[in-house]
Ligand binder design. Sequence first.
Ligand code: PEP
Ligand code: MG
Length: 933
Amino acid sequence: MAGLASGRYAGESPADFDAGHYNLKLQVRNTVKKWVYFFGAGKAEGDGEWRDLLGGKGAGLAEMTKIGLPVPGGFTISTEACDYYYKNGKKYPAELAKQVKDNVAKLEKAAKKKLGDPKNPLLVSVRSGSARSMPGMMETILNLGLNEKSVQGLAAVTGNERFAYDAYRRFVQMYSTVVMGLSKEDLEHRLRAMRDRRGVKGDTDVPAEGWKELVAEYKAYFKEKSGNAFPEDPMEQLWGAIGAVFGSWMAEKAVTYRRVEKITGLLGTAVNVVQMVFGNTGDNSGTGVCFTRDPSTGDKIFYGDYLTNAQGEDVVAGIRTPVHLTELKKMMPKVYDQLEKVRVKLENHYKDMQDMEFTVEEGTLYMLQTRTGKRTPAAAFKMAMDMTNEKLITKEDAVLRIKPEDIERLFYPVIDSKFDKKTLQAKILTHGIDAVPGAAVGKVVFNAADAEEWAQRGEKVILVRRETSPEDVGGMAVAQGILTATGGKTSHAAVVARGWGKCCIVGAETLNIDYGTKSMTDGKSGKTIKEGEWLTLDGGEGTVYADRLALVTPEMPKAYQTVMKWADEIRRLKVRTNADTPQDARKAIEFGAEGIGLTRTEHMFFTDFEFPEKSHERQRAIQEMILAETKEARVKALDKLLPFQRRDFVGIFNAMNGFPVTIRLIDPPLHEFVPHDRAKQSELAKELGISVETVARRVEQLHEANPMLGHRGCRLSITYPEILEMQVRAIIEAAIECTKNKVKVLPEIMIPLTLDKKELGILDQSTRRVADDLIKKSGIKLPYMVGTMIELPRAALLANEIAEVAEFFSFGTNDLTQTTMGLSRDDAGRFLPDYVDEKKAAVFHGDPFQTLDTKGVGMLMKWGIEKGRETRPKLKVGICGEHGGDADSVKFCHSVGMDYVSASPFRVPISRLAAAQAVVEEKKAAIKKGKRK
Ligand code: PEP
Ligand code: MG
């Protein structure tokens, strides 16, 4: 929705706005900007498409209202207002006050009740909701509008004084903590004390007098802490709540969640003010959360939790463990049937699995929210496949439904099947609800701060809590798995963990957790676990084992293969892999790679991947080459390396049978290959029969102040052409051998860190001289290519000249990012977090070494491709920096017309998916643009 921030006018839809952005008519319209959007009685000023403006919740409420579902009335203050608020020193737009007032009046008219009315009061909830769901991260206030007078009206209208004062104390409690930031614990303490005084156990047993007493205590506490009386005026309460919701957008937990989830580019949160309905008026009422399909498995079953006589957040907060929807069917068959119809209607309407909140008030159903439901990775694939087969969506839609993280998380482990049932049985600590599948092993910690601290020092941890709250999100993010004693599948812990594909078990009710002693005892098994002891969670079964069990990676589900096949049919970009060994190459082919985009030959100097115990031999050979004082000595050492390199290349060519293989010549500075400590230097000297001083002197000579910009890359081959000659010989001899053995080989020799046409020309000539000579002597035909990496800005700028020599370009975006931005790729990690932190500088949305800086580095790439192809129209272009495995970067590579991307083996499926998504998104954008014309 382009142009939102630049302003829209009352009565204008986003589509009108986009279409007419440059329309002159706009300039003469009245200029009262619209900040508030109403919905109620079957009509709404927005709809489900307006997520960016109304937030997910607001858009869902508007859409449900429009399609005739039972939704209480209300209005949404737009995300633009939040954006304005933060851009203008936390001030509201001038027109907002009037628009809120007008919409309150409209709501009062629709509800036939008035805010603060002492006889029949209107109560509202005030809820956050941004364009991307951030479960529980921002604030909500319920029952707003209650005061000393209106509470009596509520009691009179409902004939239920106990209920009215319960609602009142909840409001005062929420307002005090959320708006005024008072201590939750202090208020809870007063609640517990009141219950103890009265000798009652649960909240449902507290009589009206108890709640009255508590309200008075809360208010006194409020006054003592804030210096002001608790606000009686409902409009004052409303503005307090609006401010708190906007404020919660930048609360620590919300910022952390956005960072972990990589949510960027949003305007802020909307504020939804909605007429209250009550799930806590008695046993004929209740509240629930349900999903149109099972979010764990993807199965097409109606899935959900319900709590009788409960309000709003009780289910999500996981304070009481709810019952399954099948119980609701037994208790209220009519309501259940109605809900089932809503399920079908909403899923058909949105064409995706919905996560819905509902309330039953005295037997009447109200829908309070619908949003696209979070799901496990396996469920994401299953639903995408099933919905396509059901003709609800197309294959292209199915491909868009999968997130890159879903693929990564599919590889999550399960408990090794080598353990027999009896062995496992003996290790069981407890059982809970299987909220998110997969398995996790770690040491137990009992709070989020400890989880973060332990994880920082490299420990694997399981976070165990009675229940989690949004404050725990940092600890949850670093934990291997999460275990809670309370809550259902829709509790905060479950929802957040599911979004991350993180193993999670909730509602392990027999667990007795003692935060004081940092230990837990299970009431059933009798076992006790202390902080630091090992635990294994089986999230698929909901079983907790008091031991450290071995985990294995599971088989890929059928739906994965199906959807990925669709992705392959759609994408234009080829996907290759970065692999230095035949093993990696084979793994990458399993993951769908179509060639190698980068083999870093220097890795072969360190390790013999076939016979690791023999690695020493090749290490010594390269060191001897580096220490050699004459060309002859160098060539002698290189001759020792040749057979190793040749064998490695034969292995890789065989593994990639017929796919192209790009092999890069030596790249790192030579000092990386020699020892720097005295003991290792003298060991080396002894083996080579030279003095330790000679070794030390040569190492000293190799020292550079800034090696990343020093004697590395193709500069080494300019100084020592014999290195290049040996490597080219090894590549071509291996290729000849394979060809003779009927293995198809397509070698592409790649020269790194090129900065000039002449430089590349010299190396190209040497390469071709060696290669052509060998091929001629072999008597076979062997096509090969010589190309270069583009990883210096100068090379990108002069791409037209470089392409006179190079047959292909491969963008080395690790170095190109480093050299374009002037950010050391080895040191930037120390300060880059400040550049990304929303609360500090927020210069970048993310780490430019992970996700391409399309604006700056991308500009050079675009230029380089265009200029290169001006010289050589068929120039083959790819990328082999880490960005080749990052979904957003892959989409950029598609948009600038690359031929392929190359990623590490495990990221190959992500790149395949992203490449397909790029095609679909491009198509959709073109259709949208066409419609606008
Ligand atoms: C690059 O710079 O992007 C690249 C692939 O090379 P390396 O990471 O080996 O420097
Ligand atoms: Mg590089």
